[in-house]
Design a protein around this ligand. Structure first.
Ligand SMILES: NC(=O)c1ccc[n+]([C@@H]2O[C@H](COP(=O)([O-])OP(=O)(O)OC[C@H]3O[C@@H](n4cnc5c(N)ncnc54)[C@H](OP(=O)(O)O)[C@@H]3O)[C@@H](O)[C@H]2O)c1
Length: 151
C-alpha cells in the first residue's frame, strides 16, 4: 500500500483543525502532496472537511479520512501504516501521546507531536521507547519525535 505523505491525527480538535486549515494552504503550493486527516469520529471528520471546504473554497472531497482512536491500538497502527509522517494533534499529549509514538515506531513512520506540554513527558516517552526506536533506525526505518511546535 502506498503511504500518504502526511496524516494529521486529532484533526477535529482545536489545534488539529488549525493544522488542517494550514495544510490546505500549503498543499496548494505542492500539488503532488498526498495528505489525509484522522480522528476518532468519521462524522466529525466529515463536518470538519465540509466546513473547511466552504471556508477556503478548495475542493477537499478527495482528502482521505482515517478513523483511529488512541484507545484502539490496532486502529492507531493501521493509521501509521498509511502515512510517511503523522502530525499528532490529539491531546492532551500526556494522556494520548505515547500509544501514537509506539505505533509509529512499529510502523516505521515519522511522528511529530504539536504538544505544548511539559518536555519532561517527552523525555519519558523517548526513554521508554528508545531501544525499539534505535533498532528501527538501524534497520533503515525512521521515526522521530518533535515537541512544542506551534502550528
Ligand atoms: N503548540 C501549541 O501551540 C499548542 C497549542 C494548543 C494545543 N497544543 C497541544 O495540542 C494538543 C491538543 O490540544 P487542543 O487544544 O487542540 O485539544 P482539543 O481541542 O480538546 O482536541 C483534542 C483532540 O484529541 C482528540 N482525541 C481525544 N481523545 C482521543 C482518542 N481517544 N482517540 C483519538 N483522538 C482523541 C479529540 O477528538 P474529538 O474531536 O473526537 O474529541 C480532538 O481531536 C495538546 O497536546 C496540546 O498541548 C499545542
Amino acid at each position: 500500500m502506498s503511504r500518504l505523505d502526511v496524516v494529521i491525527f486529532g484533526a477535529t480538535g482545536f489545534t488539529g483543525a488549525k493544522t488542517v486549515e494550514e495544510m490546505v494552504r500549503i498543499a496548494k503550493k505542492y500539488p503532488g502532496l498526498a495528505w489525509g486527516v484522522a480522528g476518532r469520529s468519521q462524522s466529525k471528520l466529515e463536518e470538519l472537511m465540509a466546513s473547511l471546504g466552504k471556508k477556503t473554497g478548495e475542493d477537499l472531497s478527495g482528502i482521505k479520512m482515517i478513523v483511529a482512536d488512541v484507545t484502539d491500538e490496532q486502529s492507531i497502527k493501521d493509521m501509521c501504516l498509511q502515512a510517511r509522517v503523522v502530525a499528532n494533534c490529539a491531546g492532551p499529549y500526556r494522556m494520548y501521546g505515547e500509544p501514537v509514538v509506539k505505533a509509529a515506531v512499529e510502523a516505521k513512520t515519522h511522528v511529530v507531536d504539536v504538544s505544548g506540554e511539559s518536555q519532561v513527558r517527552h523525555k519519558q516517552v523517548f526513554k521508554s521507547l528508545f531501544p525499539q526506536w534505535r533498532s528501527v533506525l538501524k534497520g533503515g526505518g525512521g521515526a522521530h519525535l518533535g515537541g512544542g511546535k506551534i502550528p
